[in-house]
Design a protein around this ligand. Sequence first.
Ligand code: HEC
Length: 265
Amino acid sequence: MRTRFLALLALPGCAGVGLHEAVPGDALVFEGRLERAPLGLSPAELAALPPARVRGTDPWTGAPATFTGAPVALFLEDGGLPLGRGADLLAFHGAGGRRAAVPVNAVRQLRPVLAAEEDGRPAGGPLDGRLLAWPDLDAPGLATDPRVRWWWLRGVKRVEALSWVESDGKALRVPPGAGDEARRGAGDFATSCMTCHRVRGQGGTAGPELTRFLGSGGPPRLTALLPGHLAARSGQPGVPDLPAAAAGRIAAFLEAVARSGEDGR
Ligand code: HEC
């Protein structure tokens, strides 16, 4: 009885971060696997959230900086996002069709911010939308996690709650009969490519969908294209080329996907 009473008291809880049914003009919209969606915050409501600071290395300049803005974990606390069943991934959609798919647990533990300011200047340059910034200078391990470079995102205005097994996990499924090389390539693809490219319909839209890319031409067509590709396309000069072994594994994965003819949906 007592718990039910408390639960009722907590119900108008969205007041925590003030999310309301999304309307045109909202600065930030949450959609996808939520009990109620889409939800949004106006520019003034987003600006009024208690700011947090993280110290990280801006991958576009390579320089350390302090980023100030809304702590994403705030939306995961009581009164925040009503995550639906199985929602364990947040896909942040940024400028130019880039997408960062971050496990909900990583957001809880690492506490990135949707920054409005970088060292006191507007974060993300002239772009509309917030900059998703990570505390790689303070959180040990973040600087060497190969996923994190692609989790930095400019121009974020939309966040989608997803279930990994039903979205990226499904898209990355290795066709039956494909070997270990392809299996590891699926992981490499998720880490280094999916922020801009889709496979079987999931991923970013900055570059073309690659589900059928290796249907003809074979792996050499891919490995010939990759040197310099990540640095050129990301605008992040410090991105190293993929090691040849990883490029070969990604080719094995994409070849197996193209051959299988499954679009995974
Ligand atoms: C930061 C964004 C970005 C990332 C990360 C990225 N790409 Fe691309 N990619 C693009 C864009 C934009 C194009 C289209 C322009 C071009 O061809 O360079 C492209 C083109 C391609 C093409 C040519 C497709 C065609 O139909 O001609 C392939 C293949 C490709 N990328 C593979 C990859 C692989 C594999 C990875 C991961 C190792 C990757 N890309 C990572 C942005 C990206």
